[in-house]
Design a protein around this ligand. Structure first.
Ligand SMILES: Cc1cc2nc3c(=O)[nH]c(=O)nc-3n(C[C@H](O)[C@H](O)[C@H](O)COP(=O)(O)OP(=O)(O)OC[C@H]3O[C@@H](n4cnc5c(N)ncnc54)[C@H](O)[C@@H]3O)c2cc1C
Length: 501
């Protein structure tokens, strides 16, 4: 098709030649090259492109929005199609301070990074309520998935903290939508894997930002006690603002998870590798916002909470840091990994929502399938509460595998790096095979997990993933992107032609 020769002119649209970045993401597993790149200066240009493609009966061109390109499996790529680089949209951020609490918000471009929104909103003493651990991700990219971090138990994922969106649908229509206006598109786009439209603006709820945060870590040698304490903390949303946790598999995972934590840890665990009973440890991380008002003694609150916890005696550490440094903590890990050449490597990550009833079995499955001694990276694990998610959004959570729906579920992130010095091509293939095996067993009804951020290899597997929500997802696709032009890198719907629709 002549249209996709690049560089090219299409009316007022200026296409660019593909670059290495347009076929690259954080995963470094899939490298699908597009035929052209669009760097739009306005949503109108995106609308023109999608309007043309959906009206043209011969075209089979697909289009992927690329936010920060931090997907793992090529989700923001478009083989032989067009990649829209969202960072070219003017990164306007406007902050509105409401008179009442809960009425402040930011209007932000879909291509802006969360770090930019944080910096701008802090100038007004405000900040979004719900975050991801890493802030160099785009607003449109995380809202197309969920957006999860230690605040999710309290405020829900990022997709539960959006008031309004501007979306360009697969048909090229520019639509402003909200829970009350074009609500089907609003909920479809949130967690919608980029399938229904391109988010060009989001209105994000803000709250008063605390100047400081009390940041706490406590260590455990027993998984049951670790999860019981995590569940204790998420049951205290009035006192606690953030809860996460990780499994410490070896010395390296202890050190890499401690890079940003500004306190010397006296914790020297013995990862006993003798025999089959390899010993692992666990760490809970929680935080409390410190508004520095006389009426609340945050130190006292931490002490009271620690009395209720059952961590290893004396292995409880707390520090006070600025809110900005706390939210931006993963940046320090990035800098440290970059300095050792360990950031731009393959990342065969696996993320799952695991029902509480299956978490113990899942942990055993995971430990059976990774060798703790050579694991490089981090295993995150912390509880979320189901009622903080809006069931109208497109995000998929576990059904509970026939059990009564449980309020508590866990997010588990197996964030593994494949250092090419120690893990070359065959080793990476082996890690990907093991990732598939763990995902398969975990998503069987026995454990009943659902993958987060996954790219399933066939439509049948996507159908299994969506389960009872598949028909709604398909109907939304038919309504907003009937030719399946958008986000081909997710591998859900094959592109169809206008003439056959
Ligand atoms: C270091 C690191 C840390 C992370 N931490 C977290 C975390 O704590 N919590 C969490 O929930 N996730 C986390 N993630 C995952 C991250 O949220 C997703 O990978 C997300 O997609 C990244 O956003 P992005 O801008 O890079 O998206 P991209 O990879 O660019 O795009 C992802 C998908 O969204 C589509 N898309 C992109 N922009 C738009 C838009 N404006 N409108 C519609 N569709 C769009 C793309 O086509 C693609 O299908 C992390 C990832 C990394 C690499």
């Amino acid at each position: 098709c002549k249209f996709i020769q690049s560089p090219m002119d299409f009316g007022p649209l200026n296409f660019h030649q593909t670059t290495d970045t347009s076929s690259l993401d954080f995963g470094r597993i899939v490298f699908d090259s597009p035929s052209a790149v669009l760097r739009p200066q306005s949503p109108k240009e995106i609308s023109l492109l999608l309007g043309f493609l959906s009206a043209s009966s011969f075209s089979k061109v697909t289009v992927a929005a690329r936010g920060a390109g931090h997907s793992i499996d090529g989700q923001a790529q478009a083989l032989d199609g067009i990649v829209i680089e969202m960072d070219s949209l003017p990164s306007t951020i406007s902050i509105h301070r409401g008179r009442e609490s809960g009425s402040s918000y930011a209007d932000v471009s879909g291509g802006a990074l969360w770090i930019e929104l944080l910096r701008e909103s802090l100038r007004f003493g405000l900040a979004p309520r719900s975050w991801t651990d890493y802030l160099y991700l785009s607003v449109g990219g995380t809202l197309s998935n969920g957006g999860i971090s230690g605040q999710t138990f309290k405020h829900g994922p990022q997709i539960s903290n959006v008031l309004q969106l501007d979306v360009v649908t697969g048909k090229g229509e520019q639509v402003t939508c909200s829970p009350t206006e074009s609500s089907e598109l609003f909920f479809a786009a949130l967690g919608g894997l980029g399938q229904f439209g391109i988010i060009t603006r989001a209105r994000i709820l803000l709250q008063d930002a605390p100047p400081k945060v009390k940041w706490v870590r406590a260590f455990y040698d027993d998984f049951e006690t670790f999860t019981e304490d995590q569940e204790l903390l998420v049951a205290m949303p009035d006192a606690v603002d953030y809860v996460e946790g990780f499994i410490l598999l070896n010395e390296q995972s202890l050190h890499s998870s401690s890079v940003a934590f500004p306190s010397h840890l006296e914790f020297t665990p013995e990862f006993d590798s003798n025999g089959s009973n390899y010993r692992v440890y666990h760490c809970i991380e929680f935080a409390i916002h410190d508004y520095q008002v006389e009426s609340t003694d945050v130190e006292q609150v931490v002490t009271e909470i620690s009395r209720k916890m059952s961590h290893i005696p004396s292995h409880f550490y707390s520090v006070e840091v600025s809110y900005f440094d706390f939210l931006n903590r993963v940046r320090m890990e990035e800098v440290s990994l970059r300095s050792r050449g360990l950031w731009e490597v393959a990342h065969p990550w696996l993320n799952l929502f695991v029902p509480k009833s299956g978490i113990r079995e899942f942990k055993d499955l995971l430990l059976d399938n990774i060798s703790p001694t050579d694991f490089e990276g981090l295993v995150l694990i912390y509880p979320l509460l189901r009622d903080k998610w809006d069931a109208n959004s497109s995000a998929v959570l576990p059904d509970g595998g026939g059990r009564a729906e449980e309020q508590v579920m866990y997010i588990v992130g197996v964030l593994r790096s494949a250092n090419p010095a120690t893990c070359a091509a065959q080793c990476l293939r082996d890690l990907l095979r093991r990732r598939r095996r763990v995902a398969k067993v975990a998503t069987d009804p026995r454990i009943g997990a659902k993958q987060y951020l996954a790219r399933h290899p066939s439509q049948g597997q996507w159908q299994d993933h969506f389960g009872r929500h598949w028909d709604r997802f398909v109907a939304r696709k038919a309504q907003f992107d009937p030719l399946s032009i958008l986000a081909p890198g997710q591998g859900i719907f094959p592109r169809t032609y206008a003439s056959s629709s």
